[in-house]
Ligand binder design. Structure first.
Ligand SMILES: [Zn+2]
Length: 86
């Protein structure tokens, strides 16, 4: 009976050690990660200075890269011109 308790205690200690390592290894974001953002469309990370930022709704901020904007622009130009009333 005592052996089972000892084994359970050792397993508990080992689990706590691995849990502690997980907390230690979870590092804060680097300066580079803080100054960059992910494009909302393609999901690639770019420097924030070359991204176009838009606010959707009240607080959601999204970023678009030039490649995706060019793609959207090309798609918009390829569509037939419609009148202003939908
Ligand atoms: Zn993109």
């Amino acid at each position: 009976m005592i052996t089972y308790l000892a084994v359970a205690f050792v397993l508990l200690i080992i689990g706590a050690i691995f849990y502690g390592f997980g907390i230690v290894l979870r590092r804060p974001p680097t300066k580079e990660e803080l100054e960059s953002s992910v494009c909302f469309l393609c999901g690639k990370r770019f420097e924030r200075t070359i991204l176009v930022e838009r606010v959707i709704g009240d607080s959601k901020v999204v970023h678009f890269c030039r490649i995706c904007i060019s793609g959207l622009h090309a798609d918009a130009l390829s569509q037939p011109t419609s009148s202003s009333s939908a």
